[in-house]
Design a protein around this ligand. Structure first.
Ligand code: GRF
Length: 202
């Protein structure tokens, strides 16, 4: 099935770029119906425009409360026929109401091995902690902060020579490899959630 995908972004959009590239060269069977940002200056919007993907900007400051802000996002996603949502550096927590509108159809990528180092600056958290390994997690989104059922993880070694910059580069590289892969499993209908466990059909 060609996956009718929407991507929510707030920033640079290197993960969005990895998704765009994977679609372009046939590794990901998805139609990117919309890229939506909550930040006007997000470079991710430019990446989408360059590729001819529809974009939308929905800024929190234009809404009285979170609920009307999220309602607008949902309205735009539905209008564009988005059936699965991938968060790619979208810097906001989603409410239970929002998640309920796309039940078990919202995924996120996090730059650490959850449940370690959730939240902001995860690469720095792992680096400062002195972990000999860190990595990348793709998970379903629930009401918590980076707490939803884990789909896939990849390990990144932290060497004694690593600086925060070199580690950041390694983690991002791994993200760009893993996210399109997981989205392709979704496109192939291979994921099933059993409680907190995600089963991936071979
Ligand atoms: C990534 O590290 C992602 O894991 C996290 O936010 C960052 C977004 O980077 N959720 P980019 O905008 O995709 O370059």
């Amino acid at each position: 099935m060609t996956l009718p995908l929407g991507v929510l972004v707030s920033g640079n959009g290197t993960n969005l770029q990895a998704i765009l590239d994977a679609i372009e060269d046939g590794r990901l069977d998805a139609q990117l119906r919309l890229v939506l940002s909550d930040q006007a200056q997000a470079f991710a919007l430019k990446r989408a425009e360059k590729q001819g993907v529809p974009t939308a900007l929905v800024e929190r400051k234009n809404f009285a409360d979170r609920s009307s802000f999220e309602k607008k996002i949902l309205e735009v996603l539905k209008k564009h026929g988005v059936e699965w949502v991938a968060l790619a550096g979208f810097m906001r927590l989603l409410s239970p109401e929002f998640i309920g509108a796309y039940p078990q159809r919202i995924v996120n990528i996090h730059p650490a091995l959850l449940p370690s180092f959730p939240g902001l600056s995860a690469i720095r958290q792992a680096f400062d902690y002195g972990s000999p390994i860190t990595g990348v997690t793709v998970h379903f989104v629930d009401e918590g902060c980076d707490t939803g059922p884990i789909i896939a993880q990849r390990v990144v070694d932290v060497s004694p020579q690593d600086t925060l910059e070199s580690l950041t580069e390694k983690v991002h590289h791994m993200e760009h490899e893993l996210y399109p892969k997981v989205l392709q499993w979704i496109a192939e209908g291979r994921l099933r959630i059993e409680g907190r466990k995600v089963v991936i059909r071979k």
